[in-house]
Design a protein around this ligand. Structure first.
Ligand code: NDP
Length: 433
């Protein structure tokens, strides 16, 4: 089957060149600045000004044997949990070619086993997580090169052994490699590669690294600052929420629309472990003392934001799962019955919720998502901007995502989406935008 090209070759080349030339150096420079330059962009800038390209190459850690070992043991452990742990059978959304992927929902169990195992390894002095922190640069470097090899293998698999009908070539090698060929690549019948890269490797590494940073600060100073505690707790609550709702994530754009290519895999295998965890990385050697009251205030507000974000996703899924026969904020939901035509020419209907959180704005759920990231970063206070990089990045990402999703829904639902836009005119922030 020929893949429908949603991205033009020019955009693909530009995007790929930018990603390859800017993001890997950025990951390394961010790590270097956080760990070796006091979190100060100015300090790193001065170093680079003085030492030039040679200095930059000296900063770049080589992927060491221990880094590869850590990545392989972690990856193998997560893959084994994904395969072995029991879980409910869950069906994903029906794809444009009429295929419905089936999953084993064991994310929460995998998360629980991972966290308990990691903390136990430290507690019983079998493996010290500070080793991970001390080789973090080498690990990121190995991930940068490793993910490239991984995506070449994915590309070859897409050509020679696609797992389902939701696959195909655009006829352009770069587009195929970059945006991906398969929507649901699997090894065998049940090992879903996107669940592995996006959830069990990427999102899980967020929790593992958050714990690592906390333990590193404890081992270095003999105590954990309240700012670090707030940061680690909020990030862990967020990742717990993610795994609690993992089967819902399998219905989102990342899984149901974006093919497994370099763009998304690189994001999950490198960008999430490095950039998403960076506020914690910053706090390791910047232990701020907030005082109990302020710490609790930030913690509770952060948890509230994570809860609201969760509730938005839950409301949408509950509404779709029950075919609109549920209560939204205590009342029968208001809705639009939107019909659309699949690529195979079939007419289908989807329900669009127009009350509850989804009646406030079309992508209101991004507001608490961005605020939560602010609340787990603000314990760092305002000495260095770099700690806030993730918040800024996430804001740009979600503004763009709201636009991409709106465009996609407009072309899918046509006049029904227009009706929804008339009823719910704001894109993200009610009354403002
Ligand atoms: P979703 O895919 O969950 O929601 C958008 C989809 O829902 C649309 O494509 C449409 O799909 C359907 N939809 C749209 N409007 C309605 C409505 N009114 N009623 C019912 N269905 C509707 O969004 P995201 O993937 O963007 O977000 C999911 C979660 O992931 C959020 O919590 C978000 O904050 C988080 N997220 C986090 C990111 C991060 O990097 N930290 C990045 C992106 C998301 P359909 O075709 O089925 O109609």
């Amino acid at each position: 089957m020929e893949a429908k090209t949603v991205h033009s070759p020019a955009l693909t080349y530009f995007s790929m060149l930018s990603l390859l030339s800017l993001c890997p150096p950025f990951v390394i420079l961010l790590w270097y600045t956080m760990v070796h330059a006091d979190g100060s962009v100015v300090q790193t800038w001065n170093f680079l000004k003085q030492h030039g390209l040679q200095g930059f190459l000296e900063i770049w850690p080589r992927p060491s044997a221990i880094a590869w070992k850590i990545i392989f043991v972690y990856g193998a452990f997560e893959a084994a949990l994904q395969l072995i742990l029991p879980g409910k059978r869950v069906e994903g959304p029906i794809s444009p070619t009429g295929h419905r992927p089936v999953y084993k929902a064991n994310g929460m169990a995998a998360y629980f086993v991972t966290v308990v195992t990691y903390i136990s390894l430290w507690w019983f002095e079998i493996f010290n997580p500070t080793v991970v922190y001390d080789h973090l640069g080498e690990i990121y470097s190995a991930l940068i090169f490793g993910s490239l090899i991984f995506c070449v293998l994915l590309y070859i698999k897409g050509h020679v052994a696609p797992s389902s009908t939701d696959s195909g070539s655009s006829g352009n090698l770069i587009i195929d490699f970059y945006w991906g060929m398969e929507l649901y690549p699997r090894i065998g019948k049940s090992f879903d590669i996107k669940v592995f890269t996006n959830c069990r490797f990427g999102m899980m590494s967020w929790a593992v690294l958050a714990i690592t940073y906390c333990i590193k600060q404890y081992e270095a100073n003999g105590k954990v600052s309240d700012s670090m505690l707030v940061n680690t707790t909020l990030m862990l609550v967020y990742v717990t929420k993610f795994f609690w709702w993992e089967a819902g994530y399998w219905n989102t754009m990342d899984i149901a629309h974006d093919r497994a290519g370099f763009y998304i895999c690189w994001g999950c295998l490198v960008w999430v472990p490095s950039i998403y965890t960076s506020p914690g990385m910053y706090l390791v050697n910047h232990p701020v003392n907030l005082g109990t009251q302020l710490a609790l205030y930030i913690l509770v507000t952060g948890i509230l934001c994570i809860y609201i974000n969760y509730d938005c996703d839950r409301q949408r899924q509950e509404f779709r799962r029950t075919n609109g026969k549920c209560k939204i904020w205590g009342k029968a939901p208001s809705k639009i019955e939107a019909s659309y035509t699949t690529t195979s020419g079939e007419t289908k209907t989807s329900l669009l919720l127009t009350s509850g959180w989804w009646g406030l704005a079309r992508h209101f759920h991004y507001v608490p998502e961005i605020l939560a990231s602010f609340f787990w970063t603000v314990p760092a206070l305002f000495n260095h901007f770099l700690a806030y990089f993730y918040v800024v990045y996430l804001t740009i990402l979600l503004l763009d995502r709201a636009k991409r999703d709106d465009d996609r829904c407009r072309s899918k639902y046509g006049k029904y989406w227009k009706l929804y836009c008339n009823k719910v005119p704001y894109k993200i922030i009610p009354g403002i935008y």
